[in-house]
Design a protein around this ligand. Structure first.
Ligand code: EPU
Length: 428
C-alpha cells in the first residue's frame, strides 16, 4: 500500500499538460470491441482503468496493448467471447459499456454488474431499458446480466433521467442495429460527443451527439482507423481548482476551454482570475476568495466530478458556501476526511454547507473515491503542515502522472510505501 505525503503551503506555478479524458477513453476502448479491424487510439491516459480494460479485451479473445506512451492499439477482429465475468470487470464502472458493445456485435452479452467508485446506488435500469427497446431481453444470474436478442432493431428511446452511461450504451448497441434509433433526453457530456465521433470515424452513422436528441442509423459493420481522445475536462478542472486553492498562477495546457465554462464562471464569481486561450486556461489569484453557491448538473452544468475538489477550495473562501449535489445521492462521504483537517461542513441530504475557515491543518486522511481523493490532495496542498493521503487506488484509476504533474508546478508531494504500523484504523 502507498500514500501521498504532502507539505502544504507551496503556491502552484508554471504550466501543466492535461492528458486525454479518462471517461472518454474507457468508452472508446470498449467501443473498439465492435470493430473488425485495427483501431489505434491516441491520447489515452495510462491509468488503472484503461489498463484493466486492455486486459479484459485480451481475455475476450481480442488484442489490446499500449504500443507507445498514450497510444493503445486494439484489434478485435477475432474477438470471440461475449461473457465478461466479475473477476474481469468487478474493478471498474466503465465495464458496463461491454453490455452495449458486445450486444451490438454478437446480439448477446453476459456481463457482471460493474464496480467502480461507490457513492450511492448506481443502477443500470436505463441501460436495460434501452436494450429492451432495441429488442433484447435480459435476466440476472449470480450478478451476471445476460442480455440477448435475435436481432437488434432501431427504435425511439426516451431516457427518464440524463445518464452518460445509458446514452453511450444505447449508442453502442444501436450502431450495429437495423434501422434508425433516436435517443431522446440524451446526455450531452463532451465524452458522449467523443464516442459518437469515434464511432463515425470507424464507419458508424451517429448524428446529434452533444444535443439532447441523438440519431443513429445502424450500419452492417465498423472498420478500423486512428482516433485521438479529447482532453480530460475533469483533470483540467482539478488543476484549475488546485491553482486557485494554493493562491498560485498556473497555465493549464491541452484543454478545450469551452468544456470548462461552468467551472471558469464559478471561479471568476469567487474572485479567481481565469484567462482563456486557444487550447489553454491560465488561473491565478490576487485577492481573497469569496463564498459561492454550486449546483452540480449534467453537462453543460457544473460537473459532479469536480464537486469534492470545489468543496475543498470553498473551505478557504470567506463566509458560508452552499454546494448541492444533484447527480449522485451519496457523494459527500469524504466530508469526514476534510473535517479531520479542520473543515467546518455540515451535510443535509444532498446539500453541504461550508463555513470558510481560512486555513486547513495537515492530517492523515483517506481517499474515499477518485474525485474525493483529488480533493484530499488539494486540501493537503492548501493546509498548514503535513498531510498524508492513504488509499491511493482510486486516484490511480483516473489521474495520469498526478504526482509528477503537481511536482512540476512546485508542489511538495511524494509517494511512499505505507509501513504496516502506520495503517490507522480510523482512516481506512
Ligand atoms: N442512473 C439511473 N439509472 C441508470 C443509470 C444512471 O438512475 O440506469 C442515475 C444515476 O444513479 C445517477 C445519474 O443517473 O444519479 C447519472 O448517472 P450516469 O449514468 O450519468 O453516470 P455514469 O455513466 O455511471 C459517468 C462517469 C462518472 C460521472 C457521471 C455523471 C464514466 C465512466 N463515469 O458515470 O464519473 O460522475 O457520469 O457525470 O464516464 C468519475 O469520473 O469520477 C465518475 C464517477
Amino acid at each position: 500500500m502507498e500514500k501521498f505525503v504532502i507539505l502544504g503551503g507551496a503556491k502552484l506555478a508554471g504550466e501543466v499538460n492535461i492528458s486525454g479524458a479518462k471517461n472518454s477513453a474507457v468508452a472508446l476502448i470498449v467501443a473498439a470491441t465492435m470493430v473488425k479491424g485495427v483501431c489505434v487510439i491516441e491520447n489515452v491516459p495510462e491509468v488503472t482503468d484503461t489498463y484493466v480494460l486492455a486486459e479484459i479485451i485480451n481475455k475476450l479473445g481480442g488484442r489490446a496493448e499500449f504500443t507507445s506512451k498514450g497510444t493503445i492499439t486494439i484489434d478485435c477482429t477475432n474477438l470471440n467471447c461475449y461473457e465478461a465475468s466479475y473477476d474481469m470487470v468487478g474493478k471498474i464502472r466503465a465495464s458496463s459499456y461491454l453490455m452495449g458493445a458486445l450486444l451490438g456485435r454478437f446480439n448477446h452479452a453476459k456481463v457482471a454488474l460493474p464496480g467502480g467508485c461507490d457513492f450511492g446506488v448506481r443502477p443500470i435500469n436505463l441501460h436495460l431499458k434501452a436494450f429492451t427497446a432495441l429488442g433484447a431481453t435480459h435476466s440476472l444470474d449470480y450478478a451476471l446480466v445476460d442480455i440477448q436478442a435475435e436481432r437488434l432493431v432501431g427504435t425511439s428511446i426516451y431516457m427518464d433521467q440524463v445518464s452518460v452511461g445509458a446514452t453511450i450504451n444505447a449508442m453502442l448497441a444501436a450502431t450495429l442495429a437495423e434501422g434508425i434509433t433516436i435517443i431522446e433526453n440524451a446526455a450531452k457530456e463532451p465524452h458522449v460527443v467523443d464516442v459518437a465521433n469515434f464511432l463515425n470515424s470507424m464507419g458508424a452513422n451517429v448524428k446529434g451527439a452533444g444535443t439532447d436528441v441523438i440519431k443513429i442509423k445502424g450500419v452492417e459493420e465498423l472498420h478500423g482507423g486512428t482516433y485521438s481522445v479529447i482532453p480530460d475536462q475533469i483533470e483540467a478542472g482539478t488543476f484549475m481548482i488546485a491553482a486557485a486553492a494554493t493562491g498560485g498562477d498556473v497555465v493549464i495546457k491541452n484543454v478545450i476551454p469551452k468544456h470548462l465554462d461552468s467551472l471558469s464562471a464559478k471561479l471568476m464569481e469567487m474572485g479567481v482570475n481565469v484567462e482563456e486561450h486557444d487550447e489553454a486556461v491560465r488561473v491565478y489569484v490576487d485577492k481573497p476568495l469569496e463564498k459561492a453557491k454550486v449546483n452540480t448538473m449534467p453537462y453543460p452544468g457544473f460537473p459532479t466530478d469536480l464537486q469534492p475538489q470545489m468543496v475543498a477550495l470553498l473551505t478557504k473562501a470567506e463566509g458560508t458556501s452552499i454546494v448541492t449535489e444533484n447527480v449522485w445521492d451519496n457523494r459527500f462521504q469524504y466530508i469526514n476526511q476534510l473535517a479531520r483537517m479542520g473543515a467546518q461542513i455540515t451535510v443535509d441530504g444532498r446539500v453541504a454547507i461550508i463555513e470558510g475557515v481560512g486555513k486547513l491543518k495537515g492530517a492523515p486522511v483517506s481517499s474515499t473515491d477518485l474525485r474525493a481523493g483529488a480533493a484530499m490532495v488539494i486540501a493537503g496542498l492548501m493546509a498548514d503542515g503535513v498531510t498524508e493521503v492513504f488509499n491511493l487506488k482510486y486516484i490511480d484509476r483516473g489521474y495520469e502522472d498526478f504526482v509528477q504533474k503537481l511536482k512540476g508546478l512546485g508542489a511538495q508531494i511524494t509517494r511512499r510505501v505505507v509501513e504496516d504500523e502506520e495503517i490507522v484504523e480510523t482512516i481506512a
